[in-house]
Write a protein that binds this ligand. Structure first.
Ligand SMILES: NC(=O)c1ccc[n+]([C@@H]2O[C@H](COP(=O)([O-])OP(=O)(O)OC[C@H]3O[C@@H](n4cnc5c(N)ncnc54)[C@H](O)[C@@H]3O)[C@@H](O)[C@H]2O)c1
Length: 331
C-alpha cells in the first residue's frame, strides 16, 4: 500500500492525474471530490475510487497523504490551505493562484503545516522540452540570444469549461492559463527568471470578460530577451512553437510534437526518446520531495514567480508601461 491520494476536483485534468496514478505502485488513488455529483460519480466509477461532493468531507473521512488540487484557479488558495492544514502534502495545478499575494498565503500555510507542496508545471516533464533544455544547458549551438514563443488556439471553443472565461474565477484569459505555460517554459528552459515585461492584450472574445490575445516582450535575469505571442480567437491554424536563437544555430520546439535544429539551412528533426508519462514523472518528483526533501523544479517560490510575471503583463497593459516583475514600473 502506497501513499493515499485524493483528487480535489474531478474535471478534465483530474483524469490525466488518475491515469498516471494507475501506473504507480507507490501511490494509491482513493477518492475524488467534485461539486458536480454526476461528475464525481462518473470519474470515481471509472477509476474504482470513492466519490464526494465536498472536498472537506473527503479529506476528513479519507485522511489522504496527498491531495491533488485540480480546481478552477479562484479556488486554489482556499483548497490548498485547507488540505495543508489537514496535514496533506499537495500537488497543486498551475497557475499556483490568482495572484502573487494568494501564492504567499498558500506558501505561509504550507510552511506552518510542515507539509510539501509542488505545482503541476507539466512542461518540465514533456520529453521534447527536456531535450531542448539539455541543448540550452550544453551550449550545443553557442550562446542563447533570444527566444520567441508563439501559441495560437481557438480559446473560445465550446469544449472549454465556462469558468475559464470569467476573470474573477480564472484570474485572466489566455495569458493566465496558457501564458503561464509559456512563462514557465522560458524560465525553466533557461534556468533564469523574468525580470521585466512590456505587454498588450485584447478583449474581443465572444464570451466572458477575459483577454483573448496577448503579446509580451520579456527580459530574463540572464539578459536574454524573449517574446510571447498568444492568440485565442477562432480562425487560423493551431500553433505551439518556441524558437530559440543561438549564436551558432536555431532550435524549434513544438511541445509534444517535435524538436528541430538548424546550423544553417532547413531545420533537421532531432530524435527525442519517449519517456514515462509526464504526469507520472511529476508525481515521482513529489514523492522524492516528500521522502528526501529534494525540492522540485516547480517549487513554491518558482511557481509564485510564474504568477508574478503574468500579473506584471496585465499591469503593463493597463498602465502602458514596462513593468518590473517585482513591482514598480521601469522609468
Ligand atoms: N498542466 C496542464 O497541462 C493543465 C491542463 C489543463 C488544466 N490545467 C489546470 O488544472 C486546473 C483545472 O482545470 P480543468 O481543465 O480540469 O478544469 P475543469 O473545469 O474541467 O475541472 C474543474 C472541476 O472542479 C469542479 N469544481 C468547481 N468548484 C468546486 C468545488 N468548490 N469543489 C469541488 N469541485 C469543484 C468542477 O465541477 C470541475 O469538474 C486549472 O488550474 C487548470 O489551469 C492544467
Amino acid at each position: 500500500m502506497g501513499y493515499k491520494v485524493a483528487l480535489v476536483g474531478g474535471g478534465g485534468i483530474a483524469v490525466s492525474h488518475l491515469e498516471a496514478l494507475r501506473r504507480m505502485e507507490e501511490l494509491d488513488a482513493v477518492a475524488v471530490a467534485d461539486i458536480s455529483k454526476e461528475r464525481a460519480e462518473s470519474v470515481a466509477g471509472r477509476f474504482g475510487i470513492a466519490a464526494y461532493t465536498d472536498y472537506r468531507d473527503m479529506i476528513e473521512r479519507e485522511k489522504p497523504d496527498i491531495a491533488v488540487v485540480t480546481l478552477p484557479h479562484f479556488l486554489h488558495k482556499e483548497a490548498s490551505i485547507h488540505a495543508a492544514e489537514a496535514g496533506c502534502h499537495l500537488l497543486l495545478e498551475k497557475p499556483m493562484a490568482l495572484d502573487a499575494r494568494e501564492c504567499d498565503a498558500i506558501i505561509a500555510a504550507v510552511r506552518r503545516a510542515g507539509v510539501r507542496l509542488m505545482v503541476g508545471h507539466t512542461q518540465h516533464y514533456i520529453a521534447h522540452n527536456r531535450a531542448a533544455k539539455r541543448i540550452v544547458e550544453e551550449g550545443r549551438y553557442g550562446k542563447l540570444v533570444m527566444i520567441n514563443d508563439v501559441r495560437h488556439v481557438n480559446y473560445y471553443a465550446d469544449t472549454r469549461p465556462g469558468w475559464f472565461f470569467e476573470k474573477a474565477k480564472a484570474g485572466g484569459g489566455i495569458f493566465m492559463n496558457l501564458g503561464s505555460h509559456s512563462v514557465d517554459k522560458l524560465q525553466w528552459l533557461t534556468g533564469s527568471r523574468v525580470e521585466q515585461v512590456k505587454a498588450a492584450v485584447s478583449h474581443y472574445g465572444a464570451k466572458g470578460d477575459i483577454e483573448g490575445s496577448g503579446l509580451a516582450w520579456l527580459r530574463l535575469a540572464n539578459g536574454v530577451p524573449a517574446t510571447i505571442s498568444q492568440s485565442g480567437y477562432p480562425g487560423g491554424v493551431s500553433r505551439n512553437e518556441t524558437e530559440l536563437v543561438f549564436t551558432g544555430g536555431m532550435v524549434k520546439l513544438m511541445t509534444g510534437q517535435g524538436l528541430w535544429a538548424s546550423e544553417g539551412g532547413a531545420y533537421v528533426e532531432i530524435p527525442v526518446e519517449q519517456e514515462e508519462l509526464p504526469f507520472v514523472l511529476q508525481f515521482r518528483d513529489l514523492v522524492r520531495y516528500i521522502e528526501e526533501g529534494v525540492e522540485p523544479s516547480s517549487s513554491m517560490d518558482y511557481s509564485r514567480s510564474v504568477v508574478a510575471v503574468v500579473e506584471a503583463m496585465y499591469r503593463s497593459h493597463e498602465t502602458g508601461t514596462e513593468q518590473n516583475v517585482a513591482g514598480e514600473a521601469v522609468r
